[in-house]
Design a protein around this ligand. Structure first.
Ligand SMILES: Cc1cc2nc3c(=O)[nH]c(=O)nc-3n(C[C@H](O)[C@H](O)[C@H](O)COP(=O)(O)OP(=O)(O)OC[C@H]3O[C@@H](n4cnc5c(N)ncnc54)[C@H](O)[C@@H]3O)c2cc1C
Length: 380
């Protein structure tokens, strides 16, 4: 067992953080305030091999594996969770293709995404079903050489900026629900698609989120991803992977909260002493540190398990759950330690407090993770 990162991973971490500080930090406030998606950052990140870095080199990625991508995610999220997501989630949905797509699909769709020229979206959630992934109603009906897709998707990251998306739809309603779904590659500009940006998010405001209506959208049969009827299981496999990246977002954001708070507690004085000299402040800082250390270990372990081809999906679910909890805890403590200054937008912790909450909501709410883990325990 070795808890040390390799030299290569340490260099990747340093390089990514420097990139984020140089390129992302200066526009962070403006992008948040104006809810601006940041394609220029995504393109620069791609030039540095940071987009789709988990994708094997033969399909255009940097081939640094899931651990490498988790480290990239962590370092970008230390600076800005929303803009970091624009970089990391440019490939959101590509997991489906890499695991289940045909060689032709992988060669056609993955390299342009890694090059920063194209953006993917994973369109699964619907207005009336999020946690209940078996409750989606979007239909794909076979018609000659095509499938015709009709339904509504909700809260789709990259929704209005993507070039294509992976859509979850029912193809076989006569089957048991878990065998009724399939996945499709759908070009974002296909006739019948209407994409509407969702504005006014609490946090990650630089990330694009949209509602997508599909009305009789025609795609060729060759756009089916994986096996017809296997979409539910393919989606579960997808989440098992992406949860590690959400966990890494939590590590980065929580670390930023701790770093900023330590700095502030050394500078700010009260009753003639720095805040950090008081045990109540130290307790907050120490508890942040403990949780971050535990979360980072869990996240890297989950990522390494994916790289070693012995995936531990329970660890992914634990890390995802703990990431939300840790990020929210650390952001809250950071605001408290900053006092009134933590409540105004001149101080970064205010934004991190708003951003943190999403980690308890998307890609499985914290309750969904608990249900998953609880079911595992009860089935033993
Ligand atoms: C900014 C943002 C980006 C997103 N990006 C994407 C994306 O790219 N692609 C995509 O497909 N989706 C995306 N989502 C959707 C996200 O994954 C869902 O919002 C999430 O899964 C929760 O679903 P829901 O909103 O329908 O809530 P619901 O499922 O309605 O849940 C509401 C509450 O009830 C709880 N709950 C539900 N079922 C149970 C139960 N059985 N027992 C106890 N409690 C329960 C939940 O935990 C939650 O607290 C995004 C969401 C946001 C906000």
């Amino acid at each position: 067992m070795d808890f040390e990162l390799s030299e290569e991973m340490r260099m990747l971490s340093d390089m990514t953080y420097k990139f984020a500080v140089k390129e992302i930090e200066p526009i962070s406030h403006e992008a948040d305030e104006g809810e601006k998606y940041t394609p220029e950052i995504r393109k620069k990140a791609a030039e540095n091999g940071l987009v789709g870095a988990w994708i094997p080199e033969e399909y255009g990625g940097a081939g640094v594996g899931f651990l490498g991508n988790a480290i990239i995610t962590e370092q970008l999220s230390r600076v800005d969770l929303g803009i970091g997501l624009n970089v990391i989630a440019a490939t959101f949905g590509c997991e489906n293709l890499l695991y289940y797509g045909t060689e032709e699909q992988k060669k056609k769709y993955l390299p342009p995404v890694c090059a920063g020229e194209s953006v993917c979206a994973g369109a699964y959630t619907e207005p009336n079903a999020g946690t209940d992934v078996a409750g989606y109603k979007t239909r794909a009906v076979e018609d000659g050489n095509d499938y015709v897709i009709t339904g509504n998707k909700m809260f789709i990251t990259n929704g209005t900026v993507c070039d294509w998306m992976v859509v979850q739809a029912i193809t076989d309603p006569q089957e048991k629900v878990h065998k009724s779904f399939s996945q499709f590659i759908v070009p974002a500009d296909a006739p019948g698609i209407v994409r509407t940006k969702i504005k006014g998010k609490l946090g990650i405001r630089a990330s694009d989120t949209a509602e997508i209506a599909l009305d009789g959208v025609r795609v060729p049969k060759t756009n089916l991803v994986g096996k017809r009827g296997a979409g539910f299981y393919q989606l579960m496999h997808f989440f098992d992977t992406t949860r590690v990246f959400v966990a890494a977002q939590g590590v980065g954001l929580a670390q930023a909260c701790l770093d900023e708070s330590v700095k502030y507690c050394k500078e700010r004085t009260a009753f003639g002493m720095p805040l950090g000299a008081y045990q109540l402040s130290m307790k907050k800082l120490a508890e942040m540190w403990i949780q971050i250390e535990a979360l980072r270990n869990m996240t890297y372990k989950g990522a390494l398990s994916l790289d070693s081809k012995k995936p531990d999906y329970h660890i992914s679910a634990m890390a995802k759950f703990f990431a939300g909890q840790t990020a929210v805890f650390c952001a809250n403590a950071a605001v408290e330690l900053h006092g009134g200054y933590g409540y105004i937008d001149e101080y970064k912790v205010q934004k991190w407090y708003r951003d943190a909450k999403i980690l308890e909501l998307y890609e499985g709410t914290k309750e969904a993770e608990i249900m998953t883990l609880g079911r595992v325990l009860m089935s033993k």
